[in-house]
Design a protein around this ligand. Sequence first.
Ligand SMILES: Cc1cc2nc3c(=O)[nH]c(=O)nc-3n(C[C@H](O)[C@H](O)[C@H](O)COP(=O)(O)OP(=O)(O)OC[C@H]3O[C@@H](n4cnc5c(N)ncnc54)[C@H](O)[C@@H]3O)c2cc1C
Length: 440
Amino acid sequence: MRRIYEAAAYTTLRNCWWRDGTPPADHPELKGGHAAEIAVIGGGFTGLNAALALARSGVSVTVIDAEQPGWGASGRNGGFCCLGGSKLGGSIMGKRYGEDARRAWHAAERAAVDHVSDLLSEHHIDADRHSKGETLLAHSPKAMQRIRASFAETHETYGVAPDLIPPEELRQRGLGGAFHGGMTLPIGFALNPAKYHAGLAAAASKHGVQFFGQSPSTAITKSGAQWQIATPNGTITADKVILATNGYSSEDIPGWLRARYLPVQSTIIVTRPITESEQTRQGWTSDQMCYDSRHLLHYFRLMPDRRFLFGMRGGLRATPRAEAALSRKIRADFHRLFPEWTDIDITHEWSGLLCLMRSLTPFAGPVPEMPGVFAAMGYHGNGVAMGSYLGARLAEIVLGQPAKGPFPAFLSHPPKRFPLGPMRRALLAPAYAVAGLFDR
Ligand SMILES: Cc1cc2nc3c(=O)[nH]c(=O)nc-3n(C[C@H](O)[C@H](O)[C@H](O)COP(=O)(O)OP(=O)(O)OC[C@H]3O[C@@H](n4cnc5c(N)ncnc54)[C@H](O)[C@@H]3O)c2cc1C
């Protein structure tokens, strides 16, 4: 597999907090010949949601993962089950694809959150849910002015009234830090992603989905009316194939993917449990999941066990030197925003790859010139809800059924290639520099 980051980005998972409570899956390697109606490549939220929906329709499904299902972003994210998935502004989306498509997109964002909530209830998955919606915190007084100005549009877009939080009320609401006010939109919740993933995998197994780990697909070739997926020690023959590899995709499996996705690292730290008096000292006692208004945003939440999770963009490279620099940077940012917690031990720290698309919108649909091959990817750092939702919608596309939820047609427009080919992550350095200037 040809991938655009250093090998460590694909082969190492440092000290990830979710793994302490939920051991990783341990499925056998695919060996020898195997047949399935549908083969799913990649066992994250996208692949599992597609697999579960297909298996429930009576189709035989096999999921393979290069490492183990949940190894990718789905097993190491911040657990914000929230709106999002696109980085395209609403007004540009409306101009480019029409107002109906824009409205359908926003309806899909809401439906995606409900989709995960319904899965948790239906399959009795205890994923440590908390937070009533999501809170945006202003990083400057000017940012607070922009948040106030966005109130009416946000209300109109999502059909629910946000709650504006003036700066003087932050501490009494348990949101004390280096912020200048905020706004809560009561849609979304936080979860433990590893527990959600494990529950989903158990539900899929119950419906007959077969899983193989340590089984990277090394070639996808046409064989008569079917597809053959080769792994180092096995082969799957399938009528249809789903690519669900997102930020862990490669340039050559299949070649169609080359330069059509841009993986980006995100990094998270988790503290030891913070005592009540330490919480009071900082003025942060809230269970809300929050993010700040910077372009290069931080995301954070006090988890049910009172550990604090804090995440931000990761490094441009996956080398020990870049990791060390990022480690210093994330600590400095954490201490700047929460100055009363400089003495709190940070016990866990890890990074992972999310995925951007050139259109700034996700893709879910058939892969051109590969009849019977489908893909869903590119959630721009918000794939807990949207990746789950589009995985399920992709199952309907594969079966030729109408979408069972809002699905604007532009989501199936084939993604265009980024410039610079395998060097395209060089695009991130100037983008980060400009965003950093705006964030001052
Ligand atoms: C640190 C971090 C924090 C994040 N926080 C949030 C958050 O709080 N909220 C939110 O909504 N989103 C968040 N995201 C994004 C979210 O996690 C992803 O959008 C989502 O998990 C993508 O799911 P997926 O199934 O498409 O891909 P992944 O979960 O990345 O799964 C892809 C899988 O494909 C496998 N694979 C790749 N190539 C092959 C191959 N050739 N053969 C077999 N298997 C292969 C990989 O091993 C991997 O397991 C975060 C991401 C990161 C990295």
